[in-house]
Design a protein around this ligand. Structure first.
Ligand SMILES: [Zn+2]
Length: 237
């Protein structure tokens, strides 16, 4: 009974928080749900894998653990302070919330994180095969490869440290024996990058079946990075 009483108190606290929420937070909560649904519908997160977050001031909004995306309502999205604090009266955040937090800390300019176990990215990650510059589009991740960060148990500080080290240098990484993470200024850009990583992973996997990939030289990849940066400015302007 004590548990039921606590649940009632928690729901009341959740409603009070909800009442004081800003319009920006309400919109961000809806956007997190829309992004999670889009990720799921596109087949990017088989078996309900994956999670989504966005930055909100000095906090993040992240999908909860153990809920189907179709069942999510705005109040189910969990508000986590960038100091790791989770206010009472909320659902439990995704078990992988720590590496989302690590991403926002290491990259102050990013606004969103998308994590999935998308098929081909995960296949490469399980074979410990980072993606080299086999195609010029690899530059979308912000460098001349899509690196692989070492394995650690999900939900741990150790995994967060690996993720932070990888994302310090790139906008997308493979996670050994696990999946991929893509970040961006917005939820839409992070999701788009996660798609791109999966496409590149599938292409690279197929190239590997033919033999040795032909890797583009660093000079060419530097040129690609410059071109991508100027396209980005045009898209924003
Ligand atoms: Zn995962």
């Amino acid at each position: 009974m004590a548990t039921a009483a606590k649940a009632t108190r928690d729901r009341a606290a959740g409603r009070r928080r909800g009442a004081t929420r800003s319009a920006a937070e309400a919109a961000a909560r809806r956007a997190v749900i829309e992004t999670a649904l889009a990720m799921s519908r596109s087949g990017l997160s088989p078996g309900r894998s994956g999670n989504v977050s966005c930055r909100l001031g000095d906090a993040m909004l992240v999908t909860p653990t153990g809920m189907a995306y179709e069942a999510l309502a705005p109040e189910d999205i969990v508000h986590v302070g960038l100091d790791g604090s989770v206010a009472d009266g909320q659902r439990k955040p995704s078990s992988e919330w720590r590496f989302h937090l690590a991403a926002y800390r290491v990259r102050p300019a990013i606004g969103a994180v998308v994590h999935t176990h998308s098929l081909h990215a995960t296949v490469l990650a399980c074979a410990h095969r980072p993606i080299p510059a086999f195609h010029y589009m690899v530059a979308v991740a912000g460098g001349n490869d899509i690196p692989l960060v070492p394995y650690a148990t999900f939900g741990t500080e150790e995994l967060s440290r690996h993720v932070a080290a990888g994302l310090a240098e790139r906008n997308a990484i493979l996670m050994a024996n696990h999946g991929q993470i893509a970040v961006g200024p917005t939820l839409a850009t992070a999701l788009e990058l996660a798609h791109e990583v999966e496409v590149l992973a599938e292409q690279y996997y197929k190239v590997l079946t033919l033999g040795r990939p032909v890797v583009l030289p660093d000079d060419e990849m530097r040129l690609m990075l410059e071109k991508f940066a100027s396209y980005g400015q045009k898209a924003q302007g």
